[in-house]
Design a protein around this ligand. Structure first.
Ligand SMILES: Nc1ncnc2c1ncn2[C@@H]1O[C@H](COP(=O)(O)OP(=O)(O)OP(=O)(O)O)[C@@H](O)[C@H]1O
Ligand SMILES: [Mg+2]
Length: 327
């Protein structure tokens, strides 16, 4: 499979009144064409920061990308001009957020907001075609065209989320970045929106990076999973390797809880004992060492290298001496 998106050694920090916050510290991950990658990790792990950096949406001047490459079809987005990024954003890569009001404008009718995306990115389309496509998009996400003239405040949370999805899908992007797209919704609506996204993914052949705290959502929607902790990807594998495989990173093990649930009905990440490290300090050793039940002296002193077996990658000294896990 070809990598659609590949993030290499990404480092991002924020400058704050209290000092520097090291949010992303050497992230490596990739999304293949048509696949859904789940990006999981506790609050503050750097999930949103990573996603925002892909489309040059990090808050300026607080955030700075200190190192790394973000390759979209082998083109480095970090080196692309603002104009190039604007062309890619919404057209080839779209993003949806936890709060739909990040994307929606309170003072415009929802149909016009969806149509606007087409007007910007599909200049070749005439007025009639834009209207038709917009109506079809609204219908695809389960909102009748008769709601075209509604303003966002007239819609429920789930419907606003659907309008945002319609906007994101307007140009049939190759990659959708979905940051906690359903967390704010109640469980029934959440299931409906996710089912809709799965369906649309199949229909449009789109790849997706799905950011979530919810392991149930990951198990149901993702082919592969990347586990982020304190700005580092500690493990990447197929959903099977992560949920049902014989070996995992100790942190992933902790997230899944001491007793693995055979039916993946665990919905929230299980709390792992201890505190996440202070993001204003970089640890010399493994970032998880202070909370790890297997921690040794080496873990506190040396940063483990990522090792892999097939596509399964783990960053942990426990795997350093195992022949089948290669650097
Ligand atoms: N605008 C900002 N200014 C300063 N620090 C920030 C800013 N945004 C995020 N951070 C810090 O960067 C780190 C990563 O935050 P980020 O929002 O990327 O995490 P996350 O994994 O998305 O968390 P959550 O699950 O809560 O959404 C955290 O320590 C956070 O406090
Ligand atoms: Mg976030």
């Amino acid at each position: 499979m070809e990598d659609l998106l590949r993030i290499e050694n990404l480092h991002i920090s924020y400058r704050t009144m209290e000092g520097t916050v090291y949010a992303v510290n050497g992230v490596n991950l990739s999304v293949e064409k048509g696949e859904t990658l789940g990006l999981v990790g506790e609050t503050g792990a750097g999930k949103t920061t990573t996603a925002l950096s892909i489309l040059n949406l990090l808050p300026k001047p607080a955030a700075s990308v200190d190192q790394g490459r973000i390759l979209f079809q082998n083109r480095d987005l970090l080196a692309a001009s603002k104009r190039e990024i604007r062309k890619i954003r919404g057209d080839r890569i779209a993003m949806i957020f936890q709060d739909p009001m990040t994307s929606l404008n309170t003072s415009f009718r929802i149909g016009n907001q969806v149509a606007e995306v087409l007007r910007i990115h599909r200049k070749e389309l005439g007025k009639r075609e834009i209207e038709e496509r917009t109506a079809r998009l609204l219908e695809t996400v389960g909102i009748g065209r008769e709601r075209w003239d509604d303003y966002p405040h007239q819609l429920s949370g789930g419907m606003k989320q659907r309008v945002m999805i319609a906007m994101a899908l307007a140009c049939s992007p190759e990659l959708l970045l979905a940051d906690e797209p359903t967390t704010a919704l109640d469980v029934t609506i959440q299931a409906q929106v996710l089912q809709l996204m799965r369906h649309l993914k199949e229909e449009f052949g789109m790849a997706m990076m799905l950011i979530t705290h919810d392991l149930g959502v990951v198990a149901e929607n993702c082919e592969r999973v990347a586990v982020l902790y304190a700005g580092e990807v500690l493990e990447t594998g197929t959903a099977e390797e992560i949920f049902d495989g014989p070996v995992r990173h100790p942190y992933t093990e902790g997230l899944l809880g001491a007793i693995p649930s055979p039916d993946h009905k665990i919905s929230r990440l299980s709390p792992v004992a201890g505190q996440t490290p202070d993001p204003s300090k970089l640890l010399p050793g493994c970032v998880f060492a202070p909370r790890c039940p297997h921690c040794s002296k080496r873990c506190l002193e040396d940063k483990p290298k990522e090792r892999q077996r097939g596509g399964h990658r783990i960053k942990c000294h426990l795997f350093a001496d195992k022949a089948e896990w290669r650097e």
